[in-house]
Design a protein around this ligand. Structure first.
Ligand code: SAJ
Length: 405
């Protein structure tokens, strides 16, 4: 028989997961603490810009397979997908995860499976297991496991189904049950392990990216020092069969890769050296871009920032280095800075510079500071920016004298 599921936290991961499970014929209870969010969802509308999610939610709400609640409902499986932000001192804050565990405890029945999907420090699943045993000593059989999400914003529904998945239980039976649950909707491979390893796998994936992007950014700083084109250097180095250097940029953004490395480093401070160093390189790269653009403003020139989103072709501003650099530049040089962000209808609240259309930026005077790798910027014809001063942190602008990097 198909299990019933309660999904706690209806954000970028929880909502697509709930809608997908409902679409596969499971009875799903979606739970979120935000009254506005619940009201929006109950009308079949969604708050996240993610392809396909709105249609799936509308259908599931209309046919009753997905219902929206403020407290966890009884179910066979509980999925926790709430945020785990960084607190003071770069320490992970587990308040939402532990609150979710406390909230679901009264809804547990004998034989329930509790799955944590939020990115979490090593040991969090064990903490949840302990808490649930304390809160429900009357229940003998509770399986608790960790099943990290690995989906890329912009492709969430597709990746929820296609990506390989890791699931780690606090005991072998919990692992087995978690693997069986994911196999209900995952077409990729589902690998079982134990909970703490699964927690570390997720953190290792994002820290791997962060360290490797930091390496590319460090190369860009070194190349800049020598007046070399880092894109050409990387393209040639990557011709080696065992070298695959990532792309430099203005720094790493998003809610995951810029945050998760701290979860690893904070848990083992003496052991983590490279991971904090990568974070420091990221900060240095942001500063270097800011100083370079600031110097242009000091010469009296206008600077137009191309892009505010944290990566190309999305509207997401979370932890965006582009937004941080453009904001600080505009604060330092009032009246000298403008920004182009084709994925936003209006400037973000409090942004201290005007948002202008790309066309206006291409017509008017001023240096161009490329901060986000939107396809529309890569498509700017070289003749439209001939003779312009350009700081291209992403290596996407085509110039007459340089092939597309
Ligand atoms: N970036 C570079 N250079 C590169 C690649 C990326 O500067 O060569 C920058 C991007 O511009 C962006 C940041 O890194 O600012 C992160 O972007 P991303 O597209 O690499 O990753 P995210 O943050 O959108 O999603 C990541 C993914 N993790 C990995 O690829 C290991 C995704 O699979 C995870 O599910 C997600 O984090 C998450 O939720 O943890």
């Amino acid at each position: 028989m198909r299990p019933s599921v309660t999904v706690i936290g209806l954000g970028y991961v929880g909502l697509p997961t709930a809608a997908l499970l409902a679409g596969r014929g499971l009875r799903v209870h979606g739970v979120d603490s935000s009254p506005q969010l619940r009201a929006t969802l109950a009308e079949g509308r969604v708050h996240i810009a993610e392809p396909g999610v709105e249609a799936l939610v509308r259908q599931a709400v209309a046919d009753g397979s997905l219902t929206i609640h403020d407290t966890p409902q009884r179910a066979d499986v509980f999925v926790i997908a709430v945020p785990t932000p960084l607190g003071p001192g770069q320490a992970p804050m587990l308040d939402h995860v532990l609150d979710a565990a406390r909230a679901l405890a009264p809804a547990l029945d004998e034989g329930a499976l509790v799955l944590l999907e939020s990115t979490s420090p090593i040991g969090t699943t064990a903490q949840i297991g302990k808490l649930l045993r304390q809160l429900r000593p009357d229940i003998a059989d509770i399986s608790v496991a960790y099943g990290p999400e690995r989906v890329l914003p912009g492709r969430i529904l597709e990746e929820l189904v296609r990506n390989n998945r890791v699931a780690g239980g606090l005991d072998p039976r919990a692992t087995e049950r978690a693997v069986a649950f994911y196999r209900l909707f995952v077409e990729g491979e589902v690998h079982g392990t134990e909970a703490a390893s699964a927690e570390m796998v997720k953190l290792a994936e994002n820290a791997f990216r962060d360290v490797n992007i930091a390496f590319a950014n460090e190369l860009s700083l070194i190349a800049g020092h020598h007046g070399l084109d880092v894109w050409r250097v990387i393209a040639l180095a990557n011709l080696h069969p065992r070298v695959d250097i990532l792309r430099p940029g203005p720094g790493v953004g998003g809610h995951c890769i810029a945050v998760d490395p701290w979860f690893l480093a904070h848990g083992a401070p003496g052991a983590a050296r490279l991971i904090p160093a990568a974070r420091a390189v990221d900060a240095a790269k942001r500063d270097a871009v800011l100083e370079q653009a600031s110097a242009v403003c000091m010469e009296g020139e206008r600077v137009i920032c191309l892009g505010l989103a944290f990566k190309g072709d999305v509207d997401d501003l979370r932890e965006s280095p582009a937004l941080a650099i453009a904001t600080e530049l505009a604060r330092r040089h009032p009246g000298r800075v403008a920004a182009v962000e084709p994925h936003l209808a209006a400037a973000p609240p409090g942004f201290p510079a005007p948002l202008i259309p790309l066309e206006e930026a291409l017509m008017g005077p001023g240096a161009l500071l490329v901060l986000t790798d939107h396809s529309v910027f890569a498509g700017i014809p070289p003749e439209r920016i001939a003779g312009r001063r350009i700081i291209d942190t992403r290596g996407i602008i085509r110039l007459e004298n340089r092939p597309h990097a």
